[in-house]
Design a protein around this ligand. Structure first.
Ligand SMILES: [Zn+2]
Length: 243
């Protein structure tokens, strides 16, 4: 069966790279911001859509409202890593994962113990003064009441996440491209092959096998070498155990 085939591919792989889709964070109790009901609720409360508020322009022009939303919505629930993430960390400890690439901003792989994590969109756990670059913790932002400012230079503190309108961080992009180029197996968790932000990755990756683990079928799934349907939090621990 396919589970045995996946296990074999992983066992024989020399450089497996894992791509984590944002949908996987639903297992962890984090709602996706672009889901329509969430967006509607935000818009009726704040008068702006999540995309408008979480933009670099909005951060500069309306920092008070940005931070009200950021504290109330984004920092109110970072979720807890699900069994999928712990299985991924175990896979990495076994030496079978070289890099984990994610657009998740809640640090879920890292919190589960993963080491080589490439966070394409940054993390809510990293925050910096925009001027002197002093680091601040997520707790510093949570306990702030207005716009959080640096205790050294009084400049505004910015979460190190990619806001709409931000350029992609070049260093992070390079690490990601390098990892993909060296990969012989791409293990994609809850990702569609045309998933925005990753379509170029799949297009560039010609050297090996693509394995998809996902709950919902998609018409492009047939382009992958192997697909396993089901809950990733059940499939991945089973695969790791069988290795
Ligand atoms: Zn500062």
């Amino acid at each position: 069966m396919n589970l045995d085939l996946v296990t074999n591919y992983i066992r024989e792989s020399k450089h497996l790279v894992c791509l984590v889709g944002n949908k996987l964070q639903e297992e962890c109790g984090v709602p996706r911001l672009r889901v329509q009901e969430v967006a509607y609720e935000v818009e009726s409360k704040y008068g702006y859509s999540p995309e408008e508020i979480l933009s670099s322009v909005f951060f500069v022009t309306r920092p008070e409202m940005f931070y009200k939303y950021y504290r109330d919505v984004i920092l109110s629930n970072q979720g807890e890593p699900s069994d999928s993430y712990y299985a991924l960390a175990e896979l990495e400890r076994k030496g079978k994962v070289k890099a984990i690439i994610t657009r998740n901003i809640f640090g879920l792989p890292t919190r589960a113990g993963c080491k080589n994590v490439i966070e394409l969109h940054g993390s809510v756990y990293r925050n910096q003064c925009i001027h002197c670059k002093k680091d601040y913790s997520i707790e510093d932002l949570k306990k702030s009441t207005k716009v959080p400012t640096c205790d050294v230079c009084k400049s505004i503190i910015r979460p190190s996440i990619r806001l709409y309108g931000d350029m992609v961080d070049n260093g992070v992009m390079t690490r990601s491209v390098d990892a993909i180029e060296q990969a012989d197996v791409l293990l994609a968790l809850e990702l569609d092959l045309n998933s925005s932000g990753y379509e170029q990755t799949f297009h560039d990756f010609a050297g090996g096998k693509i394995i998809l683990l996902k709950s919902q079928p998609h018409f492009l799934d047939e382009k992958a070498d192997l697909v396993l349907y089901g809950q990733v939090k059940e499939l991945l621990p089973e695969i790791v155990k069988a290795l």
